[in-house]
Design a binder for this molecule. Structure first.
Ligand SMILES: *Cc1c(COP(=O)(O)O)cnc(C)c1O
Length: 394
């Protein structure tokens, strides 16, 4: 039914739907763990992979598959698999393709749990890891060894929205027989397509903008058939980090409005950035599409707009950062992101509190640093809320 020439928004509404004989309008939710076969012969054929129906929901489920197909249409890769969380996606991506003796090079500005996976978990299995400043291409080059198999980054990064040149890192990966894995959560698939810049594998926490309303956990891994089917699929099938059909259904329906929501998020974030860069109580602002971002040109080569995350330093360090956060009336104090509600966090004492002072300094995280995930409220109300909270610092 879906036509390959349809534009993105049409495919986000229709792709992946597999109507049951009831002819339902909305996608059906298949809350089932198992499947029955017409005959013993059919069961045998399924296990021999001569018949491609479903076997068990740990291996695959019609609602989960519909979500995967809609994500494939959005990202433009050959295949995808959904997982229970974004961290299950990152862990499975690493575990399924690496073995003892292999080596990872990763940008050091990573979501905290991603950093744990590459820096602490994988070395337990003999997979070494080198962390580099992702903005420094020479540092990537110097870190690569003959046994390097995976280069891993996020751009923009958490929390200070550093940008990594994906094409330059992808070229290095490919010259050295390695793959580039990109965690594309902050940019969303609407604003940035890492495969256009050479990425081999793209991972998402669907918990964030894809759900977009703070309801369900989920993850997705996208790539070519040889990685997804030959390396990843069997790992997922045997180890079981499956997405529940209920969560897949929420995500599937949420994709219908993703582009509209991201557009509204960006509109509000642009407005708030303009307000913050001119405010006397603000030391500096980090927003990729604003001319003041140190990597503005690279950001705009890779992203169509700046996204919904803004980082900034409040003058007066931690005491003022806390006073400001506590004075906000619309923005809520929460470490989550990509929600319809505006959420603000103080990275030094929450998402990044486990890093020592040296690591925080390396990443530019100070006592005054705040990260805000702009929501879908009225933009003028958000500016007013920030204005009244900052006024209390004067
Ligand atoms: C939230 C997040 C993750 C982890 O996703 P979960 O769904 O919470 O497991 C990974 N990377 C980034 C950039 C994130 O923001």
């Amino acid at each position: 039914m879906v036509k390959k020439h349809w534009k993105q928004q049409t495919r986000l509404v229709h792709e992946g739907q597999n109507r049951s004989p009831h002819g339902e309008t909305a996608e059906a939710m298949y809350l089932t763990s198992g499947y029955v076969y017409d005959s013993a012969e059919q069961a045998e054929a399924r296990f021999r992979e001569e018949d491609d129906g479903f076997i068990y929901s740990r291996f695959g489920n019609p609602t989960v598959r519909a979500f995967e197909e809609r994500m494939i249409a959005l990202e433009g890769t050959q295949d995808a698999r959904a997982t229970a969380t974004g961290m299950a996606a990152v862990t499975a991506t690493m575990m399924s393709q690496l073995q003892t003796g292999d080596h990872i090079v990763a940008a050091r500005a990573l979501f905290g749990s991603c950093r744990y996976v590459v820096e602490t978990l994988m070395p337990k299995f003999g997979v070494a890891c080198t962390l580099v400043d992702g903005r420094d291409i020479d540092a990537w080059k110097a870190a690569i060894r003959p046994e390097t198999k995976v280069l891993f980054l996020e751009t923009p990064s958490n929390p200070l929205l550093e940008i990594v040149d994906m094409q330059a890192v992808a070229d290095l990966a490919h010259e050295n027989g390695a793959r580039l894995v990109v965690d594309n959560v902050f940019a969303t698939p609407i604003l940035q397509r890492p495969t256009d810049f050479g990425a081999d594998i793209v991972v998402y926490s669907a918990t964030k903008h894809i759900d977009g309303q703070g309801r369900c956990l989920g993850g997705v891994i996208l790539g070519d058939q040889s990685f997804i089917q030959d390396e990843l699929a069997n790992f997922l099938r045997q180890t079981g980090p499956s997405l529940s059909p209920f969560n897949a259904w929420v995500m599937l329906k949420a994709l219908e409005t993703l582009a509209l929501r991201v557009d509204a998020h960006c509109h509000n974030a642009e407005k708030l950035t303009e307000f913050l860069v001119n405010h006397a109580q603000i030391e500096r602002v980090y927003y990729p599409s604003h001319a003041s971002h140190p990597q503005h040109n690279l950001a705009m080569k890779q992203m169509s707009r700046g996204g919904n995350l803004i980082a900034f330093d409040v003058k007066g360090g931690k005491a003022n950062a806390f006073k400001f956060a506590n004075a906000l009336q619309i923005a809520l104090i929460s470490n989550n992101l990509g929600d319809a509600k505006t959420l603000i966090t103080h990275p030094a004492t929450t998402t990044h509190f486990k890093l020592d002072e040296a690591a925080k300094t390396e990443l530019g995280i100070t006592g005054g640093s705040m990260r805000v995930s702009i929501g879908l409220e009225d933009g003028d109300d958000l500016v007013h809320d920030f204005d009244q909270a900052l006024a209390q610092l004067a």
